[in-house]
Design a protein around this ligand. Sequence first.
Ligand SMILES: [Zn+2]
Length: 210
Amino acid sequence: FLTQTKIVKRGLEIRARAAGASKTIEVEVDKPLGLTLGQKPGGGVVIAAVEGGGNAAKAGLKAGDQVLYTSSFFGDELWPADKLGFTKTAIQAKPDSVYFVVSRGAEVDVKKLTKRPAPPRFGQKLTEAQKARATHICLDCGYIYTLQKPFDEQPDTYACPQCRAPKKRFARYDVKTGKAIGGSLPPVGVIIGLVAGIGAVGALLVYGLQ
Ligand SMILES: [Zn+2]
């Protein structure tokens, strides 16, 4: 198994080198974002300027990066950034932070991109007391339900406090494995297939090695 892992990693490294300078970068940026967006002629949105020391700069975004996706109003989806006005409205409506997918070094026809689910936010650190109560997980963002009130007693109108996904988007959660039971997170293969079309080896590295 170890040998196999090594081969896979080496393969990815070679592909990353072959791709040259162009890459896709995915980051979550806290508000205030500290960036200015501009409209690309013929469609698409570009980062016109990044404030030095601002949150966008800290997250690694640079002027000239083409924005491919930003968070939707409720953060449950990523929407292609085609028209500047629409993208700005979505960004303004989204509280706290905005997820960006940008392309650096390669022009992408965003009209060919389709909406995709927002990536789940893993790595939520639970205390021992929370672990004992963790029974359900939001499939859209990875939020783990740890309230004392049993999940099944929540009304049908209950929504994920992190991404506003409806109650039916929660699945039972296995504390031991840290994974949903029965439900499934957005298939990685679909995401890779989508970005592979852009020739984004950077994204392959991000998703492939997690
Ligand atoms: Zn959620």
